[in-house]
Design a protein around this ligand. Structure first.
Ligand SMILES: Nc1ncnc2c1ncn2[C@@H]1O[C@H](COP(=O)(O)OP(=O)(O)OP(=O)(O)O)[C@@H](O)[C@H]1O
Length: 235
């Protein structure tokens, strides 16, 4: 397994956000995490990224125990959280923002070819490469955030609600991009309010309720599960 999460508890003060969460992600898989507001999805992502220390349990990535390690170390190992579109550097150009993603030695070495790949995936970013990033549309800024993440040569990309606040056309472009990344062998964890689209795309998924995994299965299995359909798809 590329990522193994075991019996994870996470607290904010006295409030428990995760309760015994276990999850596996194999290399090349897209794994969806679904759940209502406050179920613990973001907390799980933050624990994996090293941004919030769990109170119990272990997280290992490619055989290394990364539980409670600094986020910078986890990032160096290739675990990347795709920033929200808003977290780009608005006064810097598109190109400069992309270059900022390739600071690690292994990423720097491949900067040119990764940049070409980004421009292929996001032709609009190429056209606008000299434009200040803050002047891009919301959707373009989200694409730039993904591009910047790719520039760092990640092994695992985690998306936390990438479609939030985006227009429907941009949302479908988003899903297309994740599909392309999947086809190219990228490993992805996807947290999405858009449950139907994310389960259609995902190899497997986990359902979180009140900080616990209550159900897991293949994307299509969950999509056809009566409980999931009632609770998350309104069917
Ligand atoms: N910084 C914090 N301090 C205190 N409690 C927090 C903090 N962040 C999250 N929580 C609580 O932890 C629980 C899980 O929150 P989390 O953000 O992980 O859920 P989520 O599934 O991502 O929700 P959403 O879909 O609304 O983003 C919630 O009860 C939330 O109120």
């Amino acid at each position: 397994m590329m990522l193994e999460v075991r019996d994870l508890d996470l607290h904010y003060g006295d409030a428990q956000a995760l309760d015994g969460v276990s999850l596996d992600v194999a290399e090349g898989e897209v794994v969806a995490i679904i759940g209502a507001n406050g179920a613990g999805k973001t907390s799980l992502i933050r624990a994996i990224a090293g941004m919030k220390r769990p109170s119990r349990g272990t997280i290992s990535f490619e055989g290394q125990n990364i539980t409670g390690r600094a986020s910078s170390i986890i990032c160096d190992l290739g675990v990347a959280q795709v920033a929200e579109g808003r977290q780009i550097f608005p006064s810097m150009s598109v190109r400069e923002n992309l270059d900022m993603g390739a600071v690690l030695p292994r990423a720097k070495a491949k900067r040119k070819e990764t940049l070409e790949r980004c421009y292929e995936m996001f032709p609009k970013l190429k056209v606008r490469s000299d434009q200040a990033a803050g002047t891009l549309s919301g959707g373009e800024q989200q694409m730039l955030a993904i591009g910047r993440c790719l520039m760092g040569q990640p092994r695992l990309m985690m998306f936390d609600e990438p479609s939030l606040g985006l227009a429907p056309a941009v949302v479908s472009e988003m899903f297309k991009i994740i599909k392309t990344l999947h086809a190219e062998g990228m490993t992805v964890i996807l947290v999405e309010q858009n449950v139907s689209a994310s389960l259609k795309l995902a190899d497997r998924g986990y359902v979180l309720e009140n900080g616990r995994v209550v159900l897991s299965g293949t994307g299509s299995g969950l999509l056809n599960d009566d409980g999931v359909r009632q609770a998350y798809l309104g069917l």
